[in-house]
Design a protein around this ligand. Structure first.
Ligand code: ZN
Ligand code: ZN
Length: 353
């Protein structure tokens, strides 16, 4: 079980217990999918403190955890009491998750227990996916391929970006997914906005349209970007598209276990730089995807972390030219022992509709 894998890491953080309250981390370690509760992970045992609404659900989902229902208004006190019962003296907490108010509330009832800030402790474990997770991500990706097929049959000049986004959102819901971020649809000059959420702009013939979308299926999300042309592409559109595609393919080829995130980034980035468009690619090459749409690891200019088999990460270079538009192509890949396997089957040549 995942909590067993996590407890072996406690010493590395100088703690003898870990308080886990971030929803995705809580779910990952315990299986509990409710919206409220705290895990306490120690070498000697695991506790899940939640409220009346979730007592039964927690009991069913969180095997191996001692489920405790706290009294109304006594959440913090109850958590610290359980930590004390488990013999904790130094309790780690998620520094990026707790608000100042929550921290002071725990501290007020901590007794002799020291609270120790930790960063990304569970997230590091989550970066490498197990077979069950990979299976879920593959299913989400397969459905996302189908969504893109639906987009190709739906998108047309005269439609607004928002109309198309709504159409995509409805498709996801009908097919058992839920959107994991605001669908990005950036047509024509708006393509220069890397995160241009769908607007009221009408899509015109001759424009490139960048679509970036993803949905949760069974708690795991997909994330895909394609850029298509409404009508025949002109020479400049083809030139930029081909450069981004070459960079994306180079990134996938470079994504091998043992390399650092920044090394993979630099290989894909180098392709764009060599064509003179380096200044128009201002974001990292990729990010991990799983229970969250942006998680560990990263392919970025500064990333020193080593890529490992089982990591699922996006490869998504782009060129964004103000006043002209942009192109981005994004796949998710899973790192294997030998190379990287692309999780989508959607075509990547320039589609002219
Ligand atoms: Zn994306
Ligand atoms: Zn992405």
């Amino acid at each position: 079980m995942r909590a067993d894998a996590f407890k072996t890491r406690l010493d590395g953080y100088g703690i003898d217990g870990m308080l886990v309250t971030k929803k995705e981390n809580r779910m990952y370690l315990s299986g509990f999918t409710g919206s409220a509760g705290a895990l306490i992970i120690t070498k000697g045992g695991y506790a899940l403190v939640t409220d009346f609404r979730y007592t039964e659900q927690a009991g069913q989902q969180a095997g191996g955890f001692n489920v405790i229902t706290h009294k109304a208004g006594e959440f913090y006190k109850c958590v610290m009491e359980e930590a004390r019962k488990l013999g904790v003296t130094r309790l780690g907490f998620e520094a990026q998750e707790l608000t100042v108010e929550q921290f002071t509330s725990y501290e007020a009832v901590a007794g002799g227990i020291s609270l120790v800030a930790t960063k990304g402790a569970v997230e590091k474990l989550r970066a490498v996916k197990d077979d069950e997770e990979l299976d879920k991500i593959r299913k989400a990706c397969r459905l996302t391929d189908k969504l893109f097929e639906h987009v190709l049959g739906t998108i047309r000049p005269g439609m607004s970006e928002k109309q198309l986004a709504v159409e995509m959102d409805i498709w996801m819901i009908r097919n058992g997914m839920s959107t994991s971020f605001d669908t990005i649809i950036a047509s024509g000059k708006r393509g220069a906005l890397p995160h241009g959420a769908a607007s009221d702009k009408i899509m015109q013939k001759g424009e490139l349209v960048t679509l970036d979308f993803g949905g949760y299926l069974d708690y795991y999300t997909s994330d895909m970007t394609r850029t298509v042309c409404l009508g025949k592409a002109d020479a400049k559109q083809k030139e930029i598209y081909d450069i981004v595609l070459d960079s994306q393919l180079a990134g996938i080829k470079a994504a091998k276990a043992g390399l650092k995130g920044k090394e993979v980034d630099s290989i894909a980035r180098g392709m764009i730089e060599s064509k003179g468009y380096g200044q128009y690619f201002g974001h990292g090459l990729g990010h991990g995807v799983g229970l969250e749409v942006h998680e560990e690891p990263r392919f970025s200019v500064m990333d020193e972390n080593t890529i490992e088999p089982g990591m699922v990460i996006s490869v998504e270079p782009g060129i964004y030219i103000p006043g002209w538009g942009g192109v981005r192509i994004e796949d998710l890949v899973v790192i294997t022992e030998a190379d990287a396997e692309v999780l989508y089957e959607s075509p990547k040549h320039l589609i002219e509709l």
